[in-house]
Design a binder for this molecule. Sequence first.
Ligand code: SF4
Length: 500
Amino acid sequence: MATITKEYINGLITTVQNLYLSDDIPWMIGYSGGKDSTAAVQLVWMAIERLPVELRKKPIHIMNTDTLVESPVVSKWVEKSLDAMREMAKEKQVPFIPEKLIPDFNDTFWVNLIGRGYPFPRMKYRWCTDRLKIKPVNNFIKNKIAEHGEIILVLGTRKQESSRRNRTMTTLEKKRVRELLSPNPTLANELVFSPLETWSNDDVWVFLMQYKNPWGYSNMDLMTMYRGATADNECPLMVDKSMPSCGKSRFGCWVCTMVENDKSMEAMIANDEEKEWMTPLLEFRNKFGNPEGDRERRSFRRMHGNLQGNYGKLFHGPYKKEVREAWLKELLEIQQDINLNGPEEFSTLKLIRIEELRAIRRIWVQEKHEFCDSVPTIYKEVTGMEFDDPDWICFDNFGSEEWKILQSVCSRLYGEEELAFEMMYNLVDIENRAQGLNARKGILNDIEKAIGRTFYMNEEDATAYYSDRMNRKKQMGGKYNEKFLDYISEEDSEVEDVEE
Ligand code: SF4
């Protein structure tokens, strides 16, 4: 543990300055807006500001990952902080460059959950951290490494955060080739500097309270944000998958289902009447993240329509069309309500961006063959506005009218067959798209695949089909799914529902 005295901080500042001046390798600092990363940025800032202007040559990128599903209050806080840094850096002639890193719009939380229908993130299927946090940072860092050959990453991580963190940091410390700089196990040419490695929680607060924030932000307000929260963890800059879930943190995503209840958001609402407007967010997250009945909300086939299972039951895959549509509508309604009736500063808050809505539209229409094209309809229904999508190209022979007719015909003729309508709209759409001679290439293959995905009457029929197939393979001495066929009894085993 460090003791935060003036001498100690001055000594640390000199260490930071020496390291900064020792080479030309650019620096990056992870900044989440939380206390640890604020302390790290503040310490480096103080060190650089005390150097003569002509020595402040190396750029220092302050990286903040915005998952696009950050808690709105924290997100606003961070946004204002980055703006303040930008202004102050210019004024004080310090080489800090704030960078907001966001996920690819085709790979955001909503595009995967509502668009593709991925099951909400859970322990065995945590698909979000990599897409929302790790990839944007790694892409940014990789580009900088390609440009400069090497980079130094400054993190506010501390050994006392957890025993796991302590173990990892100590192991990497032993692999140091340069003093104070640990290698990154997953990214070559990246060295990690953790100036707060020996600090305790209290040390961080003592430092933040004793030293004025150099970009003119209020560390006192930061403390107020923490006060009342039941979870005091901080979501660090995620650089690899071995890091634990960041969901317990108040600086994590409001949609996080990795924790049973979003304690920090609950606390924020409970402790502050002004935050009551966030209650619908919490309720919505509890709804889509409810494991009870989740199986029934999802198709009994995998993402690409194939069957798979264990313990005599099929895995359930993506969310069904009606579930995805209902969630999109509800999300837009919450957004609309906050914009109109919430606090003034959130009157333009976007819970889901227009780019994400466009990506969802493309997945539904082009990949899932849902030619009724419901995104613009839902959008207009909720907001009263036309959906803006200038690059949209479509075949308009079939639309929502034809969709309804086909649906009613299918239910009249094949009422018993659960997937008959899906088979029909898939076939109609495949044929509709293959209008030119060139586009007809591969059409038979596509038709065959569509039929292969939808020829079961219902889940029971599909289970029997899959079971027969496995039995045949077993009898022929081939490789088969033992976990599905040779299970002991259904009661003894829990059905594993998602892919690991
Ligand atoms: S906070 Fe939760 S939802 Fe967000 S990336 Fe981390 S685990 Fe996923």
